[in-house]
Design a protein around this ligand. Structure first.
Ligand code: NAD
Length: 358
């Protein structure tokens, strides 16, 4: 099969981990006789430096013409403590999601058994947890009207959702639930927020089309607590942009580390695949970033955008084998990890490739 992939590595460790993701794509192409061609494009701080814009038009054009996008991360310390900056790296990511109509962010949360001890949650609570988050991506406070009063002392961001936005992500989430354990939890704050009351009503309407799916509604505060108390109770979770942003970072602890979580942003056209972590300035350039979230993003791309289920399983199995062999990056290591099994980003990539060509 021929596929054209745009690699948008972005900033910080995005560059380091995406390089490993691309190596894995190459190895899969070779193993299964596919032809993957690549283009690169700029985003975030790297794009601001080169063009003045966090999302150059060329990046959108190349992305629209591709079969899938492998994305790294955006962000730079320069902007994190400067709320007054008008042009910001994150605008690149929000902009590309909007430009490509990527309204659903899928985040599978599953712990590799080998990493049970890497989480700060008790193993008996974690073992067997397998959650698929659907985070809405193009609405909510991130895109609602915002501003400040003239004196600058009052600021507002508007949480806004329209029926069609809730309907389309709810349908994707219910469809996924039908292929899994047929349980769906919708998370909102309907006891307080009007946009959440619309959200809940629409999800209830869509639910009538899926009588086999057991549906529950949780307030976001309760959901945050239940995720840690009893993660196994969840199968598919569907929620808005802000609540999803926060809950999926929390859920990263179920998977052991931010470095182990991948996501797929999909709409009706080209899909974008990225780790959930950011540009991690604290470890940028040190060669210690965990590349496995990027590699898991590759697995999602193969499965969702290319329909290559066997190839996706091969990637996940290679990760499993490397972890079973005891190899760890710093973020998923523990006191029992021997020094010779503690790997940097490139070394972890090398071990994966050894598994893939075996
Ligand atoms: P972060 O995800 O970059 O890092 C949080 C912590 O997790 C850090 O201690 C980091 O070292 C660690 N970490 C993250 N990924 C790792 C990996 N692959 N391997 C090992 N350790 C890893 O979040 P942050 O520190 O809050 O933000 C840093 C920058 O990234 C900011 O500029 C922020 O705006 C941006 N950001 C971008 C995205 C994105 O591009 N999707 C997401 C979140 C944050």
């Amino acid at each position: 099969m021929k596929k054209h992939i745009v690699v948008i590595a972005g900033d910080g460790i995005g560059q380091e981990v995406t390089a490993v993701g691309k190596q894995v794509l190459d190895a899969i192409a070779k193993k299964y006789n596919h032809e993957f061609t690549y283009d690169t494009a700029l985003i975030g701080h790297a794009a601001i430096e080169a063009t003045g814009s966090p999302l150059p038009d060329e990046t959108i054009t190349k992305s629209k013409a591709s079969d899938a996008i492998l994305f790294g991360a955006v962000g730079h310390p320069k902007y994190d403590n400067d709320p007054s900056a008008k042009v910001r790296p994150e605008q690149g990511l929000l902009g590309i999601r909007k430009a490509l109509g990527l309204y659903a962010n899928l985040r599978p949360i599953k712990l590799f058994d080998e990493l049970l001890s890497a989480s700060s949650i008790k193993p008996e609570i974690l073992k067997g947890a397998d959650i698929l988050f659907f985070r809405e991506l193009t609405g909510d406070v991130y895109f609602g009207e915002r501003g400040r009063t003239d004196d600058g002392n009052t600021a507002y961001d508007t949480m806004i959702y329209s029926r069609y936005e809730v309907e389309r992500i709810a349908i994707k989430a219910f469809d996924a639930a039908m292929t899994r354990r047929k349980k769906l939890c919708s998370v909102d704050k309907a006891n307080v927020l009007e946009s959440s009351r619309l959200w809940r009503g629409v999800v209830q309407e869509i639910a009538t089309r899926y009588p086999e799916v057991e549906v529950e509604h949780q307030f976001v505060d309760a959901a945050a607590m239940l995720l840690i108390k009893d993660p196994k109770r969840f199968d598919v979770v569907v929620t808005g942009n802000l609540f999803g942003d926060i809950l999926t970072d929390e859920a990263s602890q179920i998977a052991g580390s931010m470095g182990m979580l991948a996501s797929a942003s999909i709409g009706d056209t080209t899909g974008l695949y990225e780790p959930i972590h950011g540009s991690a300035h604290d470890i940028t350039g040190k060669g210690v970033a965990n590349p496995l979230a990027s590699v898991l993003s590759v697995a999602l791309m193969l499965d969702i955008s290319f329909g290559m289920k066997a190839e996706a399983d091969t990637v996940v199995n290679a990760i499993d084998a490397v972890l079973k062999a005891g190899f760890r990056t710093r973020d998923i290591a523990d006191v029992n990890t021997p020094a010779d099994k503690l790997l940097g980003t490139e070394q972890m990539g090398y071990q994966l490739l050894q598994q893939l060509i075996a």
